[in-house]
Design a protein around this ligand. Sequence first.
Ligand SMILES: [Zn+2]
Length: 363
Amino acid sequence: MTVPAPTVRHDQAAPGRAPRALPPRARGAVAVPPKIELHVHLEGAVRPAQLLELASRNGLRLPASSPGELAELYRFRDFEDFVRVWLMTTGAIRTEADFRQIVFSYAEEAASHGAVYVEAIVTPAERVAGGDCSWDEVFSGFCDGAAEATERLGVTVRLTVDVPRTANLAVAMTTAHFAVKYRPRGVVGLGLGGPEDGFPPEPFAPAFRLAREGGVGSVPHAGETAGPASVRGALESLGADRLRHGIRAVEDPGLVRELAARGVVCDVCPTSNLRTGAVTSLEEHPLARMLDAGVPCSISTDDPALFGTDLSTEHRLAATLGASAEGAYRAGVRGALCDEATRARLEQIGREFCWEAAGAAAE
Ligand SMILES: [Zn+2]
């Protein structure tokens, strides 16, 4: 899927520095609406050309030698096939320099679509197991990239760390320990990712408790490829502050009412759900029913490179299901695991943006 270049303006770049994105309400052109992205895996956001470059730099051979061949490889049959390709390709991301680079590259891409705040996901256990780095090197590489992007690109980047559901509790506890250790450097959440069916959240409760006690939030995937029981488990056992996807909550009307009443934000990613087969068609996507029920839904890309999408495309698809740009932004502010000063700044950006003009121009 390709998207026309958005209208984002840049001021003069200082020598040797990347251009700083102006606030999206820049005058003189209809500005791109500001966006908050809360659900994007950095390892799945590396575009094919960059992934090939990283593999070559690390002396690895991917099962594809051109961006076109990689795109072929990305035609998943189902969720299991997606996980298989994810593990095969993301293994090319191995060094501290790689981690720094992929945070910065994606932040730059997201900013070009109007993002002002990105809460990006990384999976440190996989990077440690499949690479050449220690836990500290993995965390500090990603944190360095987030700090650099925040300073140079004008988009605030925070990190959340996923535990693979197939990992054991010891791995989860180690991930939680390092999340707390790196909280002062921008790690704000602990998550749970990977195959949901057959890997319930309950066994991971002690890791999420450790994170919570250290001031790190809970942002598990739930209700993507498993149903309401998985969502309830995430809420009750893991104390979820937010849900990644959460779409299958619609199978239980009482659960949807509870999400709405509690204001639990769901990070919805339409293309991802279609590509992994979690949803069979856009028309049947549960987002419209969630919004009708009053569940706050933010809009994200999940794994934009693997799914051939981007932040503007996801917002455009979500709009066809009733998600307004302003509503998605407000849900993003509500769900962000940021400090109060950052939240106040994001609220101000939302208040000052002329949503009506941007909406009219998009029609
Ligand atoms: Zn995800």
